[in-house]
Design a protein around this ligand. Structure first.
Ligand SMILES: Nc1ncnc2c1ncn2[C@@H]1O[C@H](COP(=O)(O)OP(=O)(O)OP(=O)(O)O)[C@@H](O)[C@H]1O
Ligand SMILES: [Mg+2]
Length: 327
């Protein structure tokens, strides 16, 4: 049985650009898929295909079990979309925008009014609710657009970079709303460039670059392939770096990295907290004074860099394009 969002071999070209180059997706009902990738990776193109806004050159897609290419109108009835670019009506107030969406979705007048007030409250727009959206700041408009996407809770939702441009408090508020939606059974495909966000919200993560899936798995699975834990030591004196390197080499299971300006020496290890205590004793015995020491798991940023050869913000080196299934 395909999941609530399913795609097979999606290809979409724009002139010379292969925006999608054979993308497969399968998102089980009631889960969140984080579609992660740098600028131009193909995230928005994938969302546009899955939400019936763009026809792919090749491939197949089903949303809520319905063929996106054959029955787009039926698909539209079971999805919600919050786009990368806001779709609010500038000449209506925030409140009017939300009530209008409710009415479009056949809510009764009283229900639409109540839902609008609730969402304005949640996204901290109550004070600005009765001003026309034209006067809103960028972040306020973004929040209004998200609120509009949440007026009704369709079984399948797509959110394209929902938190780009939001301050930390509003990002947190949105995360909470998303978690409630999903607890209620909604299936969500979320695109993001924030690795932390995918880490926090997504059951599964799919990393795309140059229109291809280059890795997929849970956040833990993706992190595990970057080589597990590292010991990170910050020495007090720059002159102690070589000794610290020597000590860490004795405990490490991989290449040592040194950042001289921050006096930081890092090495991948196996053995956890017990090993950390031994490292501290050994450094102490060698007379090395330490400012900080810790065990740290690789972040999704480390994973992204190791997969693509560049950071999530960068657009540097080419990836080899081979997908690596992590199970
Ligand atoms: N309508 C279009 N016409 C021409 N090229 C397009 C069009 N839409 C997308 N592209 C190209 O397809 C590629 C993928 O674009 P897409 O918008 O899907 O990337 P993205 O992953 O959403 O990036 P971002 O993080 O910047 O939003 C890019 O190279 C982009 O320039
Ligand atoms: Mg995009």
């Amino acid at each position: 049985m395909p999941g609530a969002i399913y795609a097979e071999g999606l290809v979409k070209t724009f002139g010379d650009v292969r925006a999608l180059d054979g993308v497969d997706l399968d998102v089980p009902e009631g889960t969140v898929l984080g579609l992660l990738g740098p600028n131009g990776a193909g995230k928005t193109t994938a969302v546009r295909v899955l939400t019936t806004l763009l026809r792919p050159d090749r491939g197949k897609a089903l949303v809520a079990g319905v063929d996106v290419l054959r029955h787009p109108n039926e698909v539209r009835r079971s999805i919600g979309l919050s786009g990368q670019f806001a779709a609010v009506d500038e000449y209506l107030t925030g409140r009017e925008n939300l009530r209008m969406v409710g009415r479009l979705y056949q809510m009764g007048g009283r229900e639409a009014k109540a839902r609008a007030s609730e969402l304005l409250e949640r996204f901290r727009l109550t004070d600005a609710a009765d001003r026309v959206a034209k006067t809103y700041s960028g972040g306020m408009r973004r929040r209004l657009d998200l609120a509009a996407a949440l007026v009704v809770s369709p079984p399948v939702m797509f959110m394209d970079e929902p938190t780009t441009g939001l301050d930390p408090r509003n990002r947190q508020a949105l995360w909470e709303v998303i978690q409630e939606l999903v607890a209620g059974g909604t299936t969500l495909l979320l695109t993001t460039q924030y690795l932390e966000e995918a880490d926090h919200l997504a059951h599964d993560i799919c990393v795309i670059d140059h229109g291809r899936v280059i890795a997929r798995g849970t956040s833990d699975q993706l992190k595990a392939r970057t080589g597990g834990e590292r010991v990170e030591v910050v020495v007090h004196e720059r002159a102690d770096i070589p000794v610290a390197e020597e000590v860490l080499r004795g405990f490490g299971k991989g290449e040592i990295s040194v950042r001289r300006h921050t006096r930081e020496v890092t090495v991948p290890v196996v053995g956890g907290a017990k090993l950390l205590a031994e490292v501290i004793r050994e450094l102490d015995a060698r007379g090395v004074e330490i400012d900080d020491i810790g065990l740290r798991r690789p972040t999704l940023d480390d994973v992204f860099i190791s997969l693509t050869g560049h950071g999530a913000e960068g657009d540097g080196a080419e990836s080899d394009g081979a997908e690596e299934e992590v199970k």
